[in-house]
Design a protein around this ligand. Sequence first.
Ligand code: ZN
Length: 283
Amino acid sequence: MHRKIPLLLAVAITFAGCSNQPASPSSAPAASDQPSEGAAAPAPSTTPTSAPEEPQPLQQPEVKEPKRYYVDTQNFFIHSVEESANEKIALLTFDDGPKGDSTLQILDILDRYHAKSIWFVSGFNYGYNYLPDPHKAKKFEEMILEIRKRGHIVANHSWSHENFKQLPPDVQRKEIASLSELLEKITGEKPKFIRPPFGSYTDVFQDEVKKQGMQWMNWSVGSLDWEYTDPQKVIQQTVSTMHNGANILMHDNPVEVQALDGILKRLTEQGYKFVLPTEVKPD
Ligand SMILES: [Zn+2]
């Protein structure tokens, strides 16, 4: 028992050293300083006699600043805001969803690796011509909320997945605005990021994105999960073209469901962390 006393003292001193309060006798009243309950006249209940004597909390739990990241507007790499940050990071992105079953399977795999991602969703999964399809709309809403619940970002990939270079200006604007409005209606929040279908953008696209206070991005690593049907090839393609800060383009599709675990396993072994942009950097 006696051996523990010096240790306890040491701990108490350590805590006092961490406290914001300067150490003083009054902060730790000894028992003998206190009048005994029987001897003290009952104080009027309005007098806060004990308050000044209350010991201060020894130590506030240390609040760690969350790390901040942004996507470079030129090369679409993800970077840490802190210049000196020395870590291997990547941004995972999933386009064209939410499809339903494959969405949930991908979310489960991401959870296993504590990996976060951006989902560039398409309005056509909700319905065509900017209207709800009774067979799709409810599922779409559920999936959007599930993606967010799991800690991922929902972003805009246009309503109809048309090539912006082939659309008149008013349709281009509608393709962006209609989906942003729908996502805001579902989530209560305007999407902050957008990716044009096929990576194909125009001046009108960029102008509308700016007007809506969003940031647009393409990608720096293509998984080719839209070409290959063999998941091994998708893994090989992704891992072999990786670089620090990679912005990885993947899709909400069956081959990615099969490839994703292999991709995350290898990249995790290489020391990558999968982070999200916390800042918006408009052009
Ligand atoms: Zn797409």
